[in-house]
Design a protein around this ligand. Structure first.
Ligand SMILES: Cc1cc2nc3c(=O)[nH]c(=O)nc-3n(C[C@H](O)[C@H](O)[C@H](O)COP(=O)(O)OP(=O)(O)OC[C@H]3O[C@@H](n4cnc5c(N)ncnc54)[C@H](O)[C@@H]3O)c2cc1C
Length: 301
């Protein structure tokens, strides 16, 4: 056992996997191994892991549901932390909801609907966790997390637990100050609006039905590129003739041009080649460089 492994075992015994393939933890099923994948059993273990990483100068990455991630074929060096139980609690207090960072977003939206609370219908079909969704300000159908978040409890890189009001989170389109500052979301408080439970579920079901008809069924990480203010990225990609473009098993979905899917055994390299080809073709046709919405992580080849 290496000194590093022993140090981590001391902080979080029994919840450390070594050389864990990131294919098992990403919706794209792409990516090499993480040196260490740890699921801390509470805030003290999480703080301990952070302190250890800082002291030993070991890279530290916080993983949500892995649904917005493209991980390199060489994988992720250092410690990858996944917030499972006990970071999945949800508590209702009238229209206010306190949700743990590891909670599944679709499950949270469903629980809110069951309680007769409106505001999360848009999130019923967005996979991943609350932590990832707040971090990237996930959204759909004209709404986003910034519309419902009142405050977020974070763990800073220095190990401090702070409660940050929404106004200080710098939410913007698919981004927030949380990612820029490398703060770890522990939980968030949302303010929803009381409504009719059946009506809320119907709206949510309507959005889910739209997804079923428009989105591909193969593994993906959702939209690859950010939309432009004036038009969706998918329209430009389709207009540039990229639908069906394929390298290895990475393919621009023939169903939805802003999704690049994994047809089976796509690698990071395949996926990146498709991304680059799409960007170049769109630039040649429209003079616009598309910006990626997915997060790329891991050791470069
Ligand atoms: C089929 C499909 C459909 C999708 N549809 C949508 C959509 O409609 N709208 C949309 O916005 N997205 C969509 N996505 C993308 C993705 O589901 C969302 O962006 C989701 O919110 C990402 O959450 P995650 O937990 O999976 O984060 P991850 O992919 O694990 O991580 C994303 C980023 O968040 C950070 N992060 C994760 N957890 C935390 C935490 N606790 N604290 C701080 N940072 C954290 C990570 O470090 C990383 O930088 C879709 C994806 C798929 C596969």
């Amino acid at each position: 056992m290496t000194q590093l492994t022993a140090g981590l075992q001391e902080i979080a015994p029994g919840v450390i996997k070594t050389q864990e393939s990131m294919k098992n933890h990403t919706s794209l099923h792409i990516g090499g191994p993480a040196d260490y994948l740890v699921t801390p059993q509470g805030i003290n273990q999480l703080k301990g892991l952070l302190r250890f990483s800082r002291r030993e100068v070991v890279p530290f990455f916080i993983l949500g549901g892995g649904t917005n991630l493209l991980v390199s074929d060489r994988g992720i060096r250092g410690v990858v932390v996944k917030l499972e139980k006990p970071f999945k609690e949800i508590q209702f207090d009238g229209p206010k909801v306190t949700v743990g960072a590891g909670m599944s977003l679709p499950l949270m939206a469903l629980r809110a609907a069951q309680q007769g609370l409106s505001g999360l219908e848009f999130a019923g079909g967005i996979p991943g966790t609350l932590g990832g969704a707040v971090g990237i300000n996930a959204g759909a159908y004209g709404n986003c997390m910034a519309d419902v978040v009142c405050s977020v409890t974070v763990l800073t890189w220095e190990g401090e637990v702070l409660e940050i009001e929404a106004e200080q989170l710098d939410f913007s389109y698919r981004c927030s100050g949380l990612l820029k500052k490398n703060w770890i979301v522990l939980e968030a408080r949302l303010e929803l609006v009381p409504g009719d439970s059946n009506g809320i579920r119907e709206r949510m079901e309507g959005f889910l039905a739209q997804r079923r008809t428009k989105h591909p069924t193969e593994p993906s990480a959702g939209s690859v590129f950010k939309n432009l203010p004036e038009q969706p990225a998918g329209r430009l990609i389709e207009g540039a003739g990229c639908k069906g473009l394929r390298v290895g098993d990475a393919q621009v979905s023939p169903r939805h041009a802003n999704f690049i899917v994994n047809l089976g055994s796509a690698t990071f390299q395949d996926y990146m080649k498709v991304i680059i080809m799409v960007r170049e073709r769109v630039f040649e046709k429209y003079g616009v460089w598309l910006n990626p919405e997915i997060n790329m992580v891991g050791e470069e080849s």
